[in-house]
Design a protein around this ligand. Structure first.
Ligand SMILES: CC(C)(COP(=O)(O)OP(=O)(O)OC[C@H]1O[C@@H](n2cnc3c(N)ncnc32)[C@H](O)[C@@H]1OP(=O)(O)O)[C@@H](O)C(=O)NCCC(=O)NCCS
Length: 187
């Protein structure tokens, strides 16, 4: 019971840390941060995960009851769908949430995950929890997609527009250049 509550409280501490960072550690910025998509992108995930860790299997039922209210809050929670089962370490940032972000509940990610925007961390087939592994200090450029099962190492930078389907060792930079198609093509 206490373990559950401690882990739920930890999510709220992560949110405070992430918001302070978003605010550039300027305390007066707390006055306006509530009205930014970047705040709600992480806050909606951290609050939902915190409730899940506190309530366990009861959270999906509570969520269902609350779904009309949550739907009404969509304009604030933005275009980001980060599943509450995704286990993401402290320091999550979404730079351009208006581009949208989707993170699967099967994901286990380390600290300081940076999502530029337009990213999907998802699966190619039915997966178990933890079959999408993302290390610490990983950056996904604009519209980069990571599809599991996969393990992306610490410090990896994924270039804008890349689709990653193979494991990436620590510290690598990966990208997916556009292929030039020759010959006329009907649209
Ligand atoms: C992939 C990335 C991390 C590489 O950065 P870098 O190590 O500084 O690499 P460089 O810019 O020196 O480019 C090296 C080569 O990769 C190519 N390249 C760079 N980014 C690329 C990408 N996303 N896709 C395909 N090729 C790319 C460059 O054209 C260059 O090719 P060349 O050697 O044939 O000239 C970076 O280019 C990137 O995509 N960052 C994400 C930025 C982003 O999302 N910005 C949006 C802000 S809103």
């Amino acid at each position: 019971m206490f373990g559950r509550l401690r882990r739920a409280a930890e999510q709220l501490q992560h949110l405070v840390h992430e918001t302070n960072r978003l605010n550039g550690n300027k305390i007066w910025r707390w006055g306006g941060v509530w009205f930014t998509d970047a705040f709600w992108a992480t806050a909606s995930y951290r609050l939902s995960r915190s409730a899940y860790l506190a309530l366990g299997k009861g959270w999906p039922a509570v969520r269902t009851v609350m779904s009309p209210a949550l739907y009404a809050l969509r304009p604030w929670s933005g275009r980001c769908e980060i599943h509450y089962r995704a286990d993401i370490g402290r320091g999550l940032r979404v730079l351009h949430p208006t581009l949208g972000v989707v993170v699967s509940g099967k994901t286990v990610a380390g600290e300081n995950l940076l999502l530029v925007g337009g990213n999907c961390i998802g699966s190619r087939k039915t997966l178990e929890q933890g079959e999408i592994q993302i290390g610490h200090n990983v950056t996904l450029g604009a519209n980069a997609v990571v599809l599991g099962p996969i393990a992306v190492g610490d410090g990896v930078r994924v270039g804008a527009g890349a689709v990653v389907v193979r494991d990436v060792p620590d510290g690598e930079v990966v990208m997916g250049p556009a292929a030039v198609l020759r010959g006329p093509r009907a649209l």
